[in-house]
Design a protein around this ligand. Structure first.
Ligand code: PEP
Ligand code: MN
Length: 364
């Protein structure tokens, strides 16, 4: 995949020293609402791009579905008055055609659309030969391959100004947030495609303006390249996503309170200290592996003894007892219960497999 860095196409932006910030309302409501927002945002230097949804994908019919194409000239006016680049969501070839006609600077593909390869391909086909930046949100379901597939479809159509947006995933058991961030998924994307810019959408992750600050910080701590934050002059009366939008003033505070980390430091002492600690981790991981190998040898001895005595591979009580003891011991060492449980589940699964494999072979 060939992807251009954001600074190669976004004027006045240095991706090494600052997060990219995109802000603006969930939905375009009126020219006045757009201009009031944009004219406040243009005074926040970190904000480079103005967002507003004009076609809104709604879960149920008869909700507000966006004002539609009448808002395209409003985006043009926003750009003229604020100097900000503009972006909106596209879900069909027709949307793409209209956006291109009205000079929208950047397009984004929403989470529901990313989940549908037919729609993504339709958008990619409509963009052949057009050199416009496209942002691709993760699909609503926790499927990294589907996200990668959408990125590849756009890239195959010749788009290389791509940004991935992490907006969380729809899960059955909602805990703290509207959408579960499942941070490991965007991190895996980053490992697979290090050159692909990745930004976070704390608005759709949290669904709650009070939680936005901490999710922004987490995204920065994970070295994400930017943030897209829904911003409205009077959030409580917004026509969509009212609970999660913030005023431009609040956005300014959120951004000013962020602690921005860099991936590497110029401080030689710090680098030396980090290296030393990493060696300790390498040594400990190696010890863990040797312990697991040692454990495997003992499991095999147990299996052979059971085969000899003709007793079953698994004794349920022993496992329940073992798990309880390990969790208690782990907890008293200050380790997280769920972590210990997951590790010993995996270790135990492996033991059962080793034993049943040996049982199987002993019959031949
Ligand atoms: C949006 O950005 O307003 C939107 C509809 O987001 P998502 O596709 O992430 O739900
Ligand atoms: Mn929204």
């Amino acid at each position: 995949m060939k992807i251009d860095s954001i600074s190669s196409w976004l004027p006045n932006f240095n991706s090494n020293s600052e997060p990219l910030v995109i802000a603006g309302p969930c939905s375009a409501e009126s020219l006045d609402q757009m201009l009031t927002t944009a004219n406040a945002l243009k005074n926040i230097p970190a904000v480079k791009i103005f967002r507003a949804g004009i076609w809104k994908p709604r879960t149920r019919p008869n909700n507000f579905e966006g004002v539609g194409e009448i808002a395209l000239p409003w985006l043009t006016e926003v750009k003229k008055q604020s100097g900000l680049l503009t972006t909106t969501e596209v879900a069909t070839a027709k949307h793409v055609e209209l956006c291109l006609k009205h000079g929208v600077d950047i397009l984004w593909i929403g989470a529901r659309t990313t989940a549908n390869p037919f729609s993504v391909q339709e958008i990619a086909d409509a963009l052949k030969g057009v050199n416009i930046p496209v942002m691709i949100k993760n699909p609503i379901n926790a499927d990294l391959q589907l996200w990668i597939g959408a990125i590849e479809r756009l890239n195959n159509a010749g788009i290389n100004k791509i940004i991935a947006i992490h907006r969380g995933f729809s899960v059955a058991d909602k805990l703290e947030f509207r959408n579960d961030p499942l941070w490991r998924i965007p991190m895996e994307l980053k490992v697979k495609f290090p050159e692909l810019p990745l930004i976070c959408d704390p608005s759709h992750i949290t669904g709650d303006r009070e939680l936005i600050q901490k999710v922004c910080q987490k995204a920065m701590d994970l070295n994400m390249n930017g943030l897209i934050i829904e911003t409205h002059p009077t959030p409580e009366s917004a026509w969509s996503d009212a609970a999660q939008q913030v005023t431009p003033e609040r956005l300014k505070t959120i951004l000013s309170q962020l602690s921005i980390k860099t991936e590497h430091s110029n401080n030689a002492n710090f680098e030396a200290q980090l290296n030393n600690l990493r060696h300790q981790i390498d040594r400990l991981d190696n010890e863990l592996l040797h312990t697991l190998k040692h454990r495997k040898d003992v499991v095999e001895k147990i299996a052979n003894a059971k085969i000899e005595q003709k007793i079953t591979a698994l004794q349920r009580n022993r496992f329940d007892q073992l798990m309880k003891e390990r969790i208690d011991a782990g907890k008293s060492l200050g380790l997280e219960e769920l972590f210990i449980k997951e590790i010993f589940d995996a270790i135990h699964d492996q033991s059962v497999k080793l034993q049943t494999d040996l049982f199987e072979r002993s019959k031949k």
